[in-house]
Design a protein around this ligand. Structure first.
Ligand code: UDP
Length: 248
């Protein structure tokens, strides 16, 4: 299934089942670390601004339809319909697979208390999940790398926020010895422990998680102000398609 270009970024139009089947394939047959990152409107502006980030993002193996903005944009620009897969939920699908198949997991990132709390919560939620190591996100990057390799984990969750986590992967991917799958999970560990609240079901069901986060944490305005700009650019792109200036 081919990747869709949305303005300056890309998204993989996968269902959750297809995405997890890919992850399963990487774990069974992979010979290198495969990256899973999130695609959302904010990335449309941060990715092209940084050459390292651009490269690692473009080369990612899965770009999840994390934000509702990219889902609507794909419908409008490519006539493709698929659902959101928030990275903060996909981690649970990966954990379920890991628990079932016995893969070792390393959880890297966030504050020490948040990291420890999230690991405890994941162990409780997924019976038999082998979390073989963890490191908070403020440790020396090389020390973390050493511990990840020593743990022999096959799955690595990196929660350093974006673009730090993508850059960490760009710097160290060739030195990861056993990891086959890396998911960049941003602030997900904070939501797992409850340090940051995810939107209640109603808001998620109506694709308004972004609005809930904005109301509950108005400091996010600096990041979310790009949302209307993104919507405007998508509409502009659509007008170009209609006028025949661009092919879909
Ligand atoms: N963080 C970290 N090390 C750093 C900077 C940030 O581990 O040097 C963690 C921080 O504690 C938080 C997460 O990265 O848990 C950032 O969350 P945010 O919601 O900003 O990330 P996003 O999901 O938007 O990428």
């Amino acid at each position: 299934m081919s990747r869709l270009k949305i303005l300056n970024i890309w998204v993989d139009p996968l269902s959750r089942e297809e995405a997890i089947a890919r992850v399963s394939g990487y774990l069974k047959n992979g010979k290198r670390p495969h990256a899973i990152f999130a695609s959302n409107p904010e990335k449309n502006f941060s990715v092209p601004a940084d050459p390292d980030l651009y490269k690692v993002y473009k080369e990612a193996d899965i770009l999840l339809p994390d934000g509702v903005g990219v889902v609507y944009a794909a419908r409008l620009l490519h006539n493709r319909t698929f659902s959101r897969i928030p990275g903060s939920e996909f981690i649970f699908n990966v954990c379920q697979l890991a628990a079932k198949e016995g893969y070792g997991v390393f959880v890297y990132g966030a504050r020490e208390d948040v990291n420890a709390g999230a690991v405890k919560s994941l162990r409780k939620r997924f019976q038999g999940l082998r979390i073989v190591g963890r490191a908070n996100g403020y440790e020396n990057h090389l020390d973390a790398l050493e511990r990840i390799n020593a743990s022999k984990a096959e799955i690595l969750f990196i929660a350093l926020g974006s673009p730090k986590q993508e850059k960490w992967f760009s710097d160290f991917r060739s030195e990861l010895k056993y990891v086959k799958v890396v998911q960049g999970i941003g602030g997900t560990l904070d939501t797992i422990t409850g340090a940051v609240k995810r939107a209640p079901h109603f808001w998620c069901r109506h694709n308004l998680e972004w609005l809930y986060r904005l109301i509950t944490d108005p400091r996010r305005i600096s990041r979310q102000k790009v949302l209307p700009i993104f919507a405007g650019l998508v509409l502009l792109e659509k007008s170009k398609q209609i006028l025949g200036l661009k092919r879909a």
